[in-house]
Write a protein of this length. Structure first.
Length: 275
């Protein structure tokens, strides 16, 4: 992962909203070497941790005329309040400012209409960004220059992997797969725990086994060069216990078609929310 230096920025990073995701990004930037003095935060209810960063030079809710040049403006606010807040940020934009939105359902068209002329990037991170193990998908508008894209990539990669796409229409599927995906994994762990209890395990032991198995398998999947199907096959002995379970999970009405319907439903809802 690339480290920041003060020379990487022609101005400051303006973070609008320091809730869970915004704070996770801020923590990632500072951990990667971005000087706190290069960060401006607009947050009406800052946490004690964010407030304390003022001692290191971070500007918290400053007067607009004191901010100076903004290299990147990060929109980490709730999408429902965006129409009221985003237009008021126009005076922070300079000719080289990159606008980055992590708001679900807010399209590039929305950003372009509320911040006319902006070089805008719509992104979708996921929950694992809070531990810097997330994945963020980004789509730029036509005004994003090469240097701006590189800066945005560096900012986003502070909380995990970054994937760029050129077709914004794919974002609904991204939301459905990776944006909502952590909840699917948590549900899997929950279901495994309940099944373990039903099979006779004490609840505490079933919970630990399910949590550790899901977490360990995920880490193995992350580290291995093999794809998920190959890893599954490698752990499945013909006629064994795993094969017996997979016969149920891989039936015509099993996990794969269920997941296909679930992701289709999430993508459909994403399109509705963006309308």
């Amino acid at each position: 992962m690339e480290q920041f230096t003060g020379a990487d920025l022609s101005g400051s990073v303006l973070l609008v909203g320091a809730g869970k995701m915004g704070a996770a990004m801020l923590e990632g930037w500072l951990a990667r070497g971005l000087p706190a003095g290069k960060v401006v935060v607009l947050e009406p209810q800052p946490t004690p941790e964010v407030t304390a960063l003022q001692e290191r030079g971070l500007q918290l809710n400053p007067q607009p005329h004191t901010v100076g040049q903004i290299a990147a403006l990060i929109l980490a606010i709730k999408p429902q309040v965006a129409p009221d807040i985003v237009p008021s940020l126009r005076h922070f934009l300079g000719p080289a400012t990159a606008v980055v939105s992590i708001m679900a359902g807010r399209t590039l068209q929305f950003l372009e209409s509320t911040l006319p002329g902006a070089a805008a990037v719509r992104t979708m991170p996921n929950l694992a960004a809070s531990i810097r193990r997330g994945v963020t998908v980004a789509v730029p508008n036509a005004r994003v220059a090469t240097a701006q894209r590189a800066l945005v990539d560096t900012l986003l990669s502070a909380v995990g992997d970054v994937e760029w796409i050129e077709d914004e229409a794919l974002m609904d599927a991204v939301v459905a797969l990776s944006g909502s995906g952590p909840a699917y994994v948590f549900l899997l762990a929950e279901a495994m725990e309940q099944a373990g209890v039903a099979a006779g395990l004490p609840p505490a032991l079933a919970a630990k086994l399910a949590r550790t198995t899901v977490a360990g398998s995920g880490e193995l999947l992350r580290r291995s060069p093999l794809d998920a199907a190959t890893l599954r096959q490698n752990v499945t002995s013909p006629g064994g216990t795993t094969a017996a379970a997979l016969e149920v999970l891989m039936a015509k009405d099993g996990l794969a078609p269920l997941m296909t319907r679930a992701i289709a439903a999430a993508a459909r809802r994403s399109r509705e929310l963006a309308a």
